[in-house]
Structures are given as C-alpha cells and as structure tokens.
Design a protein around this ligand. Structure first.
Ligand SMILES: Nc1ncnc2c1ncn2[C@@H]1O[C@H](COP(=O)(O)OP(=O)(O)OP(=O)(O)O)[C@@H](O)[C@H]1O
Length: 236
C-alpha cells in the first residue's frame, strides 16, 4: 500500500533574521522568527507599528531577499534564491495591499485578467472569461466594465481579491487590506476573502492593526520588536 503523501506546510520559517542598512545605520527588524502556516490556514499577524510585520510579509512573498534563517515557501527555499527564482515564486502567490493597486485606466475585468497574462497559458478571451467568473465570485458581476474610480472602496478591494485568487495561487499575502474601509465593509471584505480561500484550501497570511477582523483568523500571531509572540485566539 502506498504511504499517504506528507502534506508540506506552505510556509515554514525558522530562525529568520533581517536588518535594514549597513554599518552604523544597520537596524535589526526581525529576530529569530519562527512561523509555520499549515495548508488552508488563515493566520493574522498583528503588533505595534514598526514591529516588522510588513518586512516579514515581503520576505515570505519573495519581494525582498532573505538574509539569514531557514525559509521554505510553497516548497521553495528562499535563502540564497536568485531573482529569477523569486520572480517565479511570486507568480504563485496572490498579493492584496491596503491601496488595492488596481490600474485606473483598466476596467475591473481587465485588471483581474492582467494578472493571468504572466503565466502565458491562456488566450486573452480565456483570461477575460476567467476574470469575469472571479468577479462574479466576489459579487461584482454587474460591475465588470467599470474602472476603479467608479467603484466604492469595498468594491475595489473585492476586485483586488478576485485578482489575487484568479491565478489559483498557493498562498495569499494581504497587508492591511481593510485600512481604507469602514468597519462593516472591512469585515465583509475579509470574510469574503476567508470564505473563498477556505473553499479552495489556500492559506492566508494577513497583516493588520484592525482589531475588528481578528476573529476571522484560525490563529493570531503577535509581533513585538521583531520577535514573534504567539497568541492563542481565545486569549487575544
Ligand atoms: N526600506 C526600509 N529601509 C530602512 N528601514 C525600514 C525599511 N522598511 C521598514 N523599515 C523599518 O523597519 C522597521 C519595521 O518596519 P515594518 O514596516 O516591517 O513594520 P510594521 O510592523 O509593518 O509597521 P506598520 O504596522 O507601521 O506598517 C521600522 O522601524 C521601519 O522604520
């Protein structure tokens, strides 16, 4: 009988250190960070301003080079990875940022379809069809041809969610996705993101200061001065 396949963690960090600057300007911002995110797990990273959350997210997202420690993301080792390897890994990750980063001169549908261009597997008609489907999944089927300026903040963030999920990523990284939204819209947007990700088994690492969305996490991890302080959801 075949052995059951061992399920690898999408994110596995051990002893990660990171500093900005050099010499006298050197400033250590991550210290011995350990973090494991399991398949389909929703983890919220919180902590005071300047504690290193965004730096950690950008390292995991292969947006900057790792300096020290063990890190595997979607099975790829990050320490010593070349720029080309990091670019390939980034294509397997869905990113959602505070300011949605949509292109103003493209429609919602074109913004989502654009994220599928890089893999080169689909024709433009297929990409636009897939983008329409994803926008339907976030409740925007009536707004496909609108530009970002014609949408509300919550709708724009839903386009960003559709874009992040369109390429079937193995991991979603979100940085302050509710910062520009009111309380109710912020909760709705994160709940939608969580439900779509759970349905697909995609793990999420979400950085936030927003206490109103903490209960949507499977696990809350607190950072202080570059260190990880593990907090149980119930005690957070
Ligand atoms: N590119 C950079 N060059 C130098 N220092 C930086 C750079 N980016 C961030 N820092 C510093 O590193 C520390 C950690 O920043 P980081 O953005 O990771 O924290 P954060 O916890 O995400 O903060 P916030 O919640 O305010 O976004 C801060 O002191 C910040 O000033």
């Amino acid at each position: 009988m075949d052995a059951a396949p061992v399920e690898l963690s999408p994110v596995e960090l051990r002893g990660v250190n990171f500093a900005y600057g050099e010499g006298e300007l050197r400033r250590q911002v991550l210290r011995e960070v350990d973090l494991r995110i399991g398949p389909g797990e929703i983890v919220i990273l919180t902590g005071p301003s300047g504690s290193g959350k965004t730096t950690l997210l950008t390292l995991i997202g292969a947006l900057r080079a790792m300096q020290e420690g063990e890190a595997r993301v979607l099975g790829e080792s990050l320490l010593g990875a070349s720029e080309g390897q990091r670019v390939r890994l980034r294509r397997r990750i869905g990113f959602i940022f505070q300011n949605h980063n949509l292109l103003g001169f493209l429609t919602a549908r074109q913004n989502v379809a654009m994220s599928l261009e890089l893999d080169g597997r689909h024709s433009e008609a297929q990409r636009l069809a897939r983008a329409g489907q994803m926008l339907g999944a976030v409740g925007l089927s009536d707004h496909l041809e609108k530009q970002p300026a014609q949408l509300s903040g919550g709708q724009r963030q839903r386009v960003a969610i559709a874009r992040a999920l369109a390429g079937d990523p193995g991991l979603i990284l979100a940085d302050e996705p509710t910062a520009a939204l009111d309380k109710q819209t912020g909760q709705e947007v994160v709940r939608l993101l969580r439900d779509l990700a759970k349905g697909r088994g995609v793990p999420i690492l979400l950085v936030t200061h927003d206490p109103r969305i903490l209960d949507l996490a499977d696990r809350i991890v607190d950072m202080e001065d570059g260190r990880m302080v593990q907090a149980d959801k119930a005690s957070a």
